[in-house]
Design a protein around this ligand. Structure first.
Ligand SMILES: [Zn+2]
Length: 205
């Protein structure tokens, strides 16, 4: 019982929390653990996603726990899991591009083989060079995709065309978003109201 509770607490602490800058724009996603630390150090306030009221760590702790939120329990403390926090000082919007890293590639392709569409664990996936590296293919966003063991061995040292494989979509550099480092299933429904407004497309006629 106790072990199960510890595991659950660790799970909750690793959950994703949306970070808003001082102007309430999403800039990042962090873990519940870090979000609570930031609130504790007073660099962020915890946002109630229903009322949009903001709370210091102490105030949040003292709140009657909202029923829609999970609670982290320890022998001495029970605290509702924050889903969104608001930074107290930072007011910029990061404009950097998504760096090409193995981790970001797994997130871009969402742990899915880009040839057969099978979703796998990280161990069953490898980074495939669409145009083979041995023939001069680059290691970059436009030439790398995730491939499952089966597709990867079928493709070997060939282009997709030569191996009779088709890419599900053309690989491209992902646009940086505050959600880049989170897998879709880790996102919380309550974040939707903080999503940046998409620019409307101008209509020609
Ligand atoms: Zn595959």
């Amino acid at each position: 019982m106790r072990l199960a509770e510890t595991v659950r607490r660790e799970d909750l602490l690793e959950r994703a929390t949306l970070v808003l800058n001082r102007s309430w724009l999403p800039v990042h996603v962090t873990t519940v653990r870090r979000a609570l630390c930031m609130a504790f150090r007073d660099t962020a306030r915890i946002v109630c996603t229903e009322t949009l009221a903001t709370y210091t760590f102490g105030e949040w702790l003292a709140l009657p726990r909202p029923e829609h939120l999970d609670t982290i329990r320890s022998p001495s403390v029970r605290i509702a899991v924050p889903e969104v926090i608001l930074l107290q000082r930072y007011n910029r919007i990061p404009s950097h591009e998504a760096p090409f890293t193995r981790r970001n590639l797994f997130l871009r392709d969402d742990y899915t083989c880009q040839y057969c569409g099978t979703r796998c664990s990280a161990e069953r996936l490898s980074v495939d060079h669409v145009f083979p590296r041995s023939r001069g293919g680059g290691t970059n966003w436009e030439n790398c995709v995730l491939a499952c063991v089966r597709c990867n061995s079928r493709k070997a040292n060939q282009t997709p065309g030569e191996a009779g494989l088709h890419l599900l979509r053309r690989p491209a550099r992902p646009r940086w978003t505050p959600y880049l480092n989170v897998r879709p299933h880790q996102r919380r429904d309550s974040w939707a109201r903080f999503a940046p407004q998409k620019k409307r497309r101008q209509n020609c006629n």
